[in-house]
Design a protein around this ligand. Structure first.
Ligand SMILES: O=C(O)CCC(=O)N[C@@H](CCC(=O)O)C(=O)O
Ligand SMILES: [Zn+2]
Length: 335
């Protein structure tokens, strides 16, 4: 296997490779771009016209997606996977991955779309760097642009694998991309309805990529991910990389759609979330339920029919999202 296939090992040991570019016997070029960043380019004659960005480790303790990217990269480096797409592999927060923690100083996935400019420290610098890797990668005109930012969640979930689809004014969520996600094993998609500061929101809003955050199960340490079944996603990613994906039709195949009813924002240290510590993502909440309280007698009471909660987390910094209240979506506004 080509040494650059060991991007994870290089990243975990904070090593720069001796050789920055390597070519497989089939003419596939691997180029190390910087810490945790590697571009794969097929021979020109084989190029299918798709640019695919795969990121993982934006949160350092979410290891199953990191292991998945490593398997894909090994496949490319030992020629068992034959790329026809350009692919950029990114490990988002190397320092946090090395420590096995969600972040070091602050959540990097709240620093995109310009937020890093208002901040400082390690994660802010890395967010700017990741934006630049993505900007350069997606700068070639007239090519398909697809970004999957792979995560696992802090808590268990009633719906194990799901996607979050960013929002941009005037742009419709694509039914075809949803069908592709269903074929990749996603069971649900949350259609966002406002601009955001996550990595997938940046590539969607500013770089014109189809972009998604994928939640793939519960976060566990390296080597303890037997319960996270990524087979379906892995098979689909290999087909996308190899340009052998069967024609995607519009069938959503039972995919459940949700939209955001409200984001619960923690405004102060007085914020209190009235949910059991072991509540699962997608837990249903009945109308009238007092979900949270904050200073100045702010109360979050559930008013929506069919409401569910995802990512409840009272420990976030003040000013950040402490949970999302979602409702079923009919999919009528898909493009
Ligand atoms: O389990 C949790 O509470 C958080 C899981 C996670 O990291 N989710 C992403 C979602 C990003 C998005 O909204 O697209 C995050 O919170 O950064
Ligand atoms: Zn995450």
């Amino acid at each position: 296997m080509l040494a650059l296939g060991k991007l994870l090992e290089l990243t975990l040991t904070d090593h720069e490779p001796a050789e920055k570019t390597q070519v497989t016997p089939k003419g596939v070029r691997l180029r190390w771009l910087g810490e945790g960043a590697l571009e794969v380019r097929p021979p020109e004659s084989e190029d299918c016209g798709l640019d695919l960005l795969l990121s993982a480790g934006i949160h350092g303790n979410e290891t199953a997606p990191i292991e998945l990217l490593e398997r894909l990269l090994h496949g490319v480096a030992n020629s068992t996977i034959k790329p026809r797409a350009r692919v950029l592999f990114l490990f988002g927060n190397p320092a946090a991955i090395r420590k096995g923690e969600r972040f070091i100083e602050q959540d990097i996935n709240r620093l995109f779309n310009g937020r890093h400019e208002l901040s400082s420290g390690f994660e802010a610098l890395r967010a700017a760097e990741l934006e630049q890797f993505a900007r350069v990668f997606f700068s070639k005109p007239e090519r398909g642009r697809l970004h999957y930012d792979l995560h696992t969640a802090i808590r268990g979930s009633k719906i194990e694998q799901f996607a979050l689809y960013p929002f941009k004014e005037g742009r419709k969520h694509s039914r075809r991309e949803l069908a592709r996600l269903a074929a990749a094993g996603m069971e649900a998609v949350l259609l966002q309805s406002k601009s955001s500061i996550t990595f997938s929101a940046f590539t969607y809003e500013q770089l014109d990529a189809e972009a998604f955050t994928l939640e793939l199960g519960k976060a566990r340490p390296f080597g303890q991910n037997e319960q996270v079944n990524l087979d379906k996603l892995e098979q689909r990613l290999i087909r996308i990389i190899e340009g052998t994906e069967p024609e995607v039709d519009d069938a959503l195949d039972g995919l459940k759609l949700f939209s955001v009813a409200r984001e619960i924002i923690k405004h102060s240290d007085s914020f209190h979330l009235h949910l059991p510590a072991d509540i699962e993502n997608f837990a249903e909440l009945s109308k009238g339920y007092l979900l949270a309280e904050d200073l100045a007698e702010t109360r979050w009471v559930v008013e929506e029919e069919g409401a569910r909660i995802i990512f409840p987390n009272p420990k976030v910094k003040n000013g950040l999202r402490a949970g999302i209240l979602i409702v079923p979506d009919s999919g009528q506004r898909l493009g």
